[in-house]
Design a protein around this ligand. Structure first.
Ligand code: HEC
Ligand code: HEC
Length: 406
C-alpha cells in the first residue's frame, strides 16, 4: 500500500491528538461529565464568526458566504454559532444498544449552514462550501412525565464535514471529515481524517452526495426518492457497522484480536509466512488470476499490476456464493512494480476461525518488500486490522477480488 498508505500514515500521525481525543472517551466510557454545557450556549450563538468569503472560483452567488475557517496548517477551526444554523434532524444511537458505548454517543443533532441550506432547498444539491455539523449529546434520562424514552442530557462532542474543492480537491466528493473530540474542553482545531476512516462509509451508504439525508427529515423532504431506511447498506450486520465505526475512531493499523493460528497452509507466524511467500509456495493453488491486472485497490498502488492466488476452499465457497467462507480460506495477492516483472510484495488474508466476527476472524498482512518482512503496507500483521476490514467489509465475507477470477 505505497503512496496510499504513506499518505495515510502521515495523516494518522498528524491526527494523533484527534484520534486520542476520540479513544479516551471510548476507553474511559463515562469519564468526567462535560463542562461548560450551559455556558457554551451563549458563546456558540456568535454566528458572525468564520465568515470569510469563498474564493470567486467557488462562490457562485455573491450573497453566499463561508461558514468555516481553515487555518494556515490546513486544519478546521472549531465552528461556532452553528446552533443558529438550520437544524435538520437527530439520529440517536444510545449506548445501551451499542455496548459499551456507541462510536458516536448518543444523540446526533445535525445542522447545515444557512446558505448551503438555501442552495439545497433550491437545487437538491450541496453547494461547494457546505459545512454540516453534528453535535453529540448524551441520553440524560430514560423517563419523563410524558412517558419512558430517551431524553437529552449533556453535550458530548462535535464532528463536522465540509465540501470544498478548494481545500479538499483529492477527497471523494471533496468532502473532508473532522472531530473536535468527545470530551470538554473540545479541541480548538481539528485535522481532516484519512479518507478510509470516515469518507469511505459515507461514500458507501449515504443517500445524497455523501450526506445521510435519509436520516434527516428536513433534507429528505426535498427528494421523494430518498427513503428513511439505509439506501445502500454495504454492512451486513451491526457488528460490521460498529467495526467500521471503530476503524474511524481507534488506531486503525493495529490488530483488534489475537493472531489466530493458521488452520491452512499459509502460515500466520511472521517469519514462516515471509519464507512461504518468498518460496512462492502459494503457486500450488489452482485457483488464480490468469495474468497480472491493474489493481483496483490500494495494493500496492491503485493501478499497479497485481495477481491473486486462492486456496481451493475459498474459491469453491465464492463459486457457491456463500455468505461466509470456511476456516483456512487463504488468499495471497502478488504486487508488482509498474514494469510488471519486479515483485514488490504481497497482501495476505487467512481465515483463522469460522466466525468472521467483524473481520477479527481474518488474519491480515501486507508487506511492500521481498527482503524485509517488517516493511508493512500500512497495518500491522494480525487479526482484525481496522484499516483492512473497513474497506474489505463490503466484500463477500471480506473478499473483494472479482469472481470468477479473471
Ligand atoms: C460505518 C459508517 C460511518 C463511518 C465510518 C463514519 N460515519 Fe459519519 N455518519 C454515519 C451515519 C450512518 C450518519 C447519519 C446517522 C447518524 O449520525 O448516526 C453519519 C453522519 C455524520 C455527520 C453528519 C452529516 C452527514 O453526512 O450525515 C458527520 C458530520 C459525520 N458523520 C462525521 C463523521 C466523522 C468525522 C467520521 C470519522 C471519524 C465518520 N463520520 C465516520 C456513518 C459513518
Ligand atoms: C481502500 C480500500 C482497501 C484497503 C484499506 C485495503 N484493501 Fe485489500 N483490497 C481492496 C480492493 C478493492 C481489492 C480488490 C482489488 C483488485 O481486484 O484489484 C483488495 C484485495 C485484497 C486482497 C486479495 C483478496 C481479496 O479480498 O480480494 C488481499 C489479500 C488484500 N486486499 C489484503 C488487504 C490487507 C492485508 C489490507 C490491510 C493492510 C487491505 N487489504 C486494505 C481494497 C482495500
Amino acid at each position: 500500500m505505497n503512496i496510499f498508505c504513506k499518505q495515510r500514515s502521515k495523516q494518522i500521525l498528524q491526527s494523533k491528538a484527534g484520534l486520542l481525543a476520540l479513544i479516551i472517551p471510548l476507553a474511559g466510557c463515562g469519564g468526567s461529565p462535560p463542562q461548560e454545557t450551559t455556558g457554551r450556549a451563549a458563546t456558540e450563538n456568535d454566528s458572525s464568526r468564520a465568515t470569510q468569503p469563498l474564493s470567486s472560483q467557488t462562490s457562485q452567488r455573491s450573497e453566499q458566504k463561508s461558514y468555516f475557517t481553515i487555518n494556515s496548517d490546513g486544519n478546521l477551526v472549531r465552528p461556532t454559532g452553528f446552533r443558529e444554523w438550520v437544524y435538520v434532524g437527530t439520529p440517536l444511537t444510545p449506548n445501551e444498544l451499542n455496548p459499551p458505548e456507541a462510536p458516536f454517543p448518543e444523540f446526533h443533532n445535525v445542522y447545515v449552514d444557512p446558505d448551503s441550506w438555501s442552495h439545497f432547498k433550491a437545487t437538491g444539491e450541496f453547494r461547494d462550501g457546505t459545512i454540516i455539523v453534528k453535535e453529540l449529546a448524551t441520553v440524560g434520562a430514560n423517563a419523563a412525565v410524558s412517558g419512558n424514552g430517551f431524553f437529552m442530557g449533556d453535550f458530548r462532542g462535535l464532528e463536522a464535514t465540509i465540501k470544498s474543492a478548494q481545500y479538499f480537491p483529492d477527497e471523494p466528493g471533496n468532502w473532508a471529515y473532522f472531530s473536535f473530540g468527545h470530551d470538554y474542553p473540545l479541541a480548538e482545531t481539528a485535522e481532516a481524517f484519512p479518507t478510509a476512516a470516515c469518507n469511505a462509509c459515507h461514500a458507501a451508504s449515504a443517500a445524497t452526495d455523501f450526506v445521510f439525508t435519509q436520516y434527516y427529515p428536513v433534507l429528505r423532504a426535498r427528494s421523494a426518492s430518498v427513503v428513511p431506511g439505509p439506501v445502500v447498506m454495504d454492512f451486513n450486520s451491526r457488528a460490521e457497522l460498529q467495526n467500521a465505526m471503530l476503524a474511524a475512531t481507534s488506531a486503525i493499523g493495529e490488530p483488534r484480536a489475537e493472531t489466530g493460528t493458521s488452520p491452512g497452509e499459509v502460515p500466520t507466524e511472521l517469519d514462516a509466512l515471509f519464507e512461504y511467500l518468498n518460496d512462492k509456495e502459494y503457486e500450488n493453488f489452482a485457483a488464480r488470476e490468469s495474468a497480472l491486472h491493474p489493481s483496483r485497490g490500494p495494493h500496492a498502488n491503485f493501478g499497479s499490476p497485481v495477481r491473486v492466488f486462492m486456496s481451493d476452499n475459498v474459491a469453491a465457497s465464492l463459486e457457491a456464493g456463500n455468505d461466509f467462507h470456511p476456516v483456512g480460506s487463504s488468499i495471497v495477492k502478488e504486487m508488482y512494480e509498474d514494469d510488471g516483472e519486479t515483485l514488490q510484495g504481497w497482501a495476505v488474508m487467512v481465515k483463522t476461525q469460522s466466525d468472521s466476527d467483524g473481520g477479527n476472524g481474518w488474519f491480515w498482512y501486507e508487506v511492500t518488500s521481498t527482503t524485509d518482512p517488517t516493511a508493512l503496507g500500512g497495518g500491522e500483521a494480525g487479526n482484525g486490522i481496522p484499516l483492512c476490514t473497513s474497506c474489505h467489509g463490503s466484500g463477500s465475507d471480506y473478499v473483494l477480488t472479482k469472481f470468477p477470477l479473471e
